[in-house]
Write a protein that binds this ligand. Structure first.
Ligand code: ASP
Ligand code: MG
Length: 459
């Protein structure tokens, strides 16, 4: 048995849906459980529709019309059988009606709670699984659409970054899914969200259906989890920066987690979390080249000769510099900062401290809010808070980066040779990764320099 996750990039065109059916048929008799995300671009449409609804009631009908068109064109072109097509259309209309009411609710009330927000965003996956099941049935497969609440995918109450309750979810999923598999029915489950104990939907954040799929794979003890994308798997760096970026055949769970955390967009950073302690093989597969190259991710790592597997980066970060003559030597300061930021749902990526400055890495979109949240602390030990937002992070990932002598020197001399200044770096927090901060304008040239030094010169 395998769990297969199809992301939005695999759910763009009518033909994509038919390709999925072909892939499933070719994989038979092995049974499959599918986790699907929303059709390409639909979560963004839902997001924008909510923002527009907050501003004007008049936007709602236009938003619904857009979302309807997007889905109907796929139904029309990918489902030939008229009775299956009608059935799917009816269920889509029922969902659109509910969505329309929700959006009007938002427009009239003028605000949107976290749970309503997630309920609206989750409609993308609910619409997608109905259509996918219609297409699979039209192609002669047996399949059933399942919403996360229905099968008891239980989480905590953190609405936009929920964590699964594994013991409860495991027994619920086994109870609901195993009988379907016994009857050769393909369960097609909504990715991206679960629900709390009271049944309110909670999401795993943007691109969270990778995490959903990992939960399902773990709960069903599946030997393999296929994450289908519309690109090749992990690469040695972003191919936009250098032609010599190459695909990576094998990574460890830790390497994949760190690469995703530090900006590689291929996998949700929390995907391996539910898989810890299992022996599940993750394969990143390309829907445009189904039997071609794939990156395989396994629990344990291996050090490759030249250690570094990939150079990841993120320019969506800012550094918050909390300054004061004695911040490093005063107890409780970091705790206080952490409490205040988590109270406003701001995540701290990393902290680097000295006696006179605490540097916090935060998401660029949170920078201003972070400073505002911490401003009341100015006046005591904290004297000033600055934000550097013209910075970028470059991460070096590979089993052995921390323990290999001379590696850091090689990285930094490559960067120095192209005249780039390293503003800050952090090593040791992870066994397989370290990162450094440069000016945003220098990011590309620094990435190219490191990549050249490890992946081009010695080949
Ligand atoms: N549809 C959601 C998003 O676009 C979840 C996912 O694609 O994994 O973020
Ligand atoms: Mg997506």
């Amino acid at each position: 048995m395998r769990v297969a996750k199809f992301g939005g990039g695999c759910l763009r065109e009518p033909d994509d849906f038919i390709n999925i059916a072909t892939i499933l048929k070719e994989g038979q008799p092995e049974s499959t459980v599918i986790v699907a995300s929303a059709i390409y671009g639909v979560t963004d449409l839902l997001h924008n529709s909510t923002i527009f609804a907050l501003k004007s009631e008049g936007s709602v009908s236009l938003s619904i019309a857009n979302i309807r068109t997007r889905h109907l064109e796929i139904i029309e072109q990918a489902i030939e059988n008229p009775s299956i097509r009608d059935r799917v259309r009816i269920s889509i209309e029922r969902r659109l009606q509910k969505l329309e009411r929700l959006l009007y609710g938002v427009a009239y009330i003028g605000e949107v709670t976290e749970s309503v927000w997630v309920l609206i965003l989750s409609q993308g996956e609910r619409l997608a699984v109905d259509i996918l099941v219609g297409v699979l049935i039209n192609q002669g497969l047996s399949a059933e659409a399942l919403e996360s609440e229905e099968i008891g995918l239980i989480t905590d109450c953190v609405f936009e970054n929920a964590t699964v309750n594994m013991p409860k979810t495991r027994s619920n999923l086994q109870e609901h899914l195993l009988p379907l598999l016994d009857e050769d029915i393909i369960p097609v489950i909504t990715g991206f969200f679960g629900c709390n104990d009271s049944g309110q939907p909670t999401s795993f954040g943007r691109n969270g259906s990778d995490y959903s799929a990992a939960i399902v794979a773990h709960c069903l003890n599946a030997p393999a989890l296929d994450i289908w994308k519309d690109v090749t798997g992990f690469m040695t760096t972003d191919p936009e920066f250098t032609e010599s970026a190459a695909p990576i055949a094998h990574l460890s769970y830790d390497e994949a987690a760190e690469l995703s955390y530090f900006g590689a967009k291929i996998l949700h950073p929390r995907t391996v979390e539910p898989l810890r302690g299992s022996n599940i093989e993750i394969r990143i597969r390309n829907i445009r080249d189904p039997y071609g190259f794939c990156t395989t991710i396994l629990p344990d790592g291996f050090a490759k000769e030249d250690v570094i597997k990939s150079v990841a980066f993120s320019s969506d970060i800012s550094v918050l510099k909390v300054r004061g003559a004695g911040v490093g030597f005063t107890s409780g300061i970091i705790g206080e900062i952490g409490n205040r930021l988590s109270g406003t749902n701001i995540n701290i990526y990393s902290v680097i401290t000295s006696q006179t400055c605490i540097n916090l890495l935060v998401d660029a979109k949170d920078a201003i809010k972070s400073r505002q949240t911490l401003e009341p602390l100015i006046g005591g030990v904290i004297e000033r808070i600055d934000v550097s937002d013209d910075v970028a992070l470059i991460a070096i990932v590979g089993e052995g980066v921390i323990t290999t002598k001379g590696l850091a020197a090689r990285v930094f001399s490559a960067v120095a040779d192209v005249g780039v200044n390293v503003e800050m770096f952090s090593a040791g927090a992870s066994d397989v990764a370290y990162y450094f901060i440069v000016q945003q304008d220098d990011m590309e040239i620094a990435i190219r320099a490191v990549h050249r030094s490890f992946f081009e010169v010695l080949q």
